[in-house]
Design a protein around this ligand. Structure first.
Ligand code: SF4
Ligand code: SF4
Length: 464
């Protein structure tokens, strides 16, 4: 018989929940439209059991098949009847403890019924049935001219998705259980009129909206409008920790504009703000200064990435970092992380967790848990893998069909990787690091060139 701890595949969720300030969500109905958030949770069947989205916390919780069976039974049976039906597999004690846990997060209501719905789709073998998060490039347009930009062009693309296309995408996301949407660009605020409509539409449907922006266009008027929506997080590009360094990357006067924007946002709304830095040749020595800036501007997180040879950076090779420089910057960050109160997230780097362990095989979250959709509707595993792994276009196919049936996505998920990673003790959470970086070196299977195990001697290898 099983102990209840196997019902929930991700106990970190509960650890987080206990620390979470629980505020009961006030369900609202606007203009007669029933919001999806009427259900506190929406679940979808997956190959391992099910995955429920918690609208309050903005997170997915994976459950195994026993738990999923209990959820299915709960609509027509009381607790005693369910316990009787599952008694061969689950002891009464474990069953009741599990129900208590579910009640503690309000997944079960006071009548011991599932507080939400399970979507009708059947699971897909070996992979999750739909992305957890869609990164949507709202427009390719950006008014800046950064030498390290990951995009090759700065104007809007021809025939960018219309509002109607985007609403259709959001409707489908809700139907298939994809409840997280990041709006990026270019700079998504270059579609200023549309972005507010998209945020409104998605929020009303219960989708958690995140923004990724230069932050430079958010003045007082716009910030007041943004404050009306439950935006879950704003990620602001911050590639220089001082005025001199920032203006060097982004253009004269941009630092002061950004500081004004951040102050306005802080004053007008409470949404978590993350300063996002791409470390490169010109700024990788500024780690401590970046962290100070995050604190000074009262931002919530520092998010760090390492430059990849793509877009403008491809033609500006001097901005790239050597593996040794990446290693040193990484080590400094990890050291500071131990003592700093600032929350730091290192992205797309070896040794970092690849998110929930609900997919198998080699590779990162791109294409396995999330996807990127460009401003014309083309779907890719992530924005850095757009040259080789085009999966389809949402104007021609549904997102679910693309996610499940695209040959390129299937190829990407099936990559065999390399022996070094497969035998590495960090593989279970690292999954081979960033595949885009490997691809830029010529082979998507090869070791992530940022992995400094390669440049350490055998003895040091185990001391990371
Ligand atoms: S060898 Fe591979 S799995 Fe191990 S840390 Fe490096 S990239 Fe990750
Ligand atoms: S391929 Fe690299 S950049 Fe793309 S999602 Fe994976 S880790 Fe991130």
């Amino acid at each position: 018989m099983r102990k209840y701890k196997f019902f929930i595949l991700d106990f970190s969720y509960f650890a987080g929940f206990i620390a979470f300030d629980i505020k009961l969500m006030k369900y609202e109905k606007k203009k007669g439209r029933t919001l999806v958030t009427e259900h506190h949770f929406v679940g979808r069947r997956e190959y391992f059991g099910s995955l429920f989205y918690d609208f309050q916390k903005g997170d997915y919780i994976p459950f195994d098949w026993d738990a999923t069976y209990i959820f299915e039974l709960s609509s027509k049976n009381n607790l005693d009847e369910i316990a009787e039906k599952v008694k061969k597999r689950i002891s009464k004690e474990s069953f009741l403890t599990f129900i208590q846990l579910c009640k503690s997060i309000e997944l079960f209501n006071s009548e011991s019924k599932l507080a939400g719905e399970l979507l009708p789709y059947m699971p897909v073998k070996g992979r999750i049935s739909a992305p957890l998060r869609v990164h949507l490039q709202l427009t390719n347009k950006c008014d800046l001219n950064c030498r390290h930009c990951s995009q090759e062009t700065r104007g809007p693309l021809e025939n960018e998705l219309s509002l109607k296309d985007i609403y259709k995408l959001i409707d489908e996301m809700v139907a298939i259980g994809t409840f997280e949407l990041t709006l990026g660009g270019g700079d998504p605020f270059c579609r200023e009129k549309d972005i507010l409509k998209v945020i409104k539409y998605a929020s009303e449907k219960g989708v958690s909206v995140y923004l990724s922006t230069t932050g430079l266009f958010i003045g007082r008027v716009l910030a007041k409008k943004l404050a009306d929506y439950p935006i879950k997080g704003i990620r602001i590009s911050f590639d220089g920790s001082t005025e001199k360094s920032f203006d060097y990357q982004r253009g004269k006067g941009t630092y002061r504009r950004l500081v004004r924007s951040i102050k306005t946002m802080r004053e007008l709304f409470n949404c978590p703000i993350s300063l996002h830095t791409v470390l490169m040749d010109t700024n990788h020595m500024e780690v401590l200064s970046f962290i100070k800036a995050v604190q000074k501007f009262r931002c919530n997180h520092w998010s760090v990435d390492f430059i990849k040879p793509v877009g403008q950076a491809k033609g500006n090779k001097h901005v790239l970092l050597t593996p040794e420089q990446m290693r040193d910057a990484f080590r400094t960050i990890v050291k500071v992380q131990k003592y700093s109160s600032t929350s730091i997230k290192i992205n797309s780097f070896p040794y970092q967790s690849r998110g929930k362990k609900i997919y198998s095989g080699f590779g990162c979250v791109g294409g396995n848990l999330n996807c990127w959709i460009d401003a014309q509707g083309n779907v890719f595993p992530c924005s850095f893998l757009k040259d080789s792994f085009h999966a389809g276009n949402i104007r021609n196919h549904s997102l679910r069909d693309i996610w499940i049936y695209s040959a390129n996505l299937q190829l990407f998920r099936a990559i065999s990787g390399n022996e070094v990673c497969r035998e590495c003790k960090y593989f279970e959470f690292c999954r081979g690091g960033c595949r885009a970086r490997a691809q830029f070196e010529g082979d998507v299977n090869q070791i992530d060139p940022a992995c400094f195990l390669e440049i350490e001697d055998e003895k040091k290898k185990r001391k990371i």
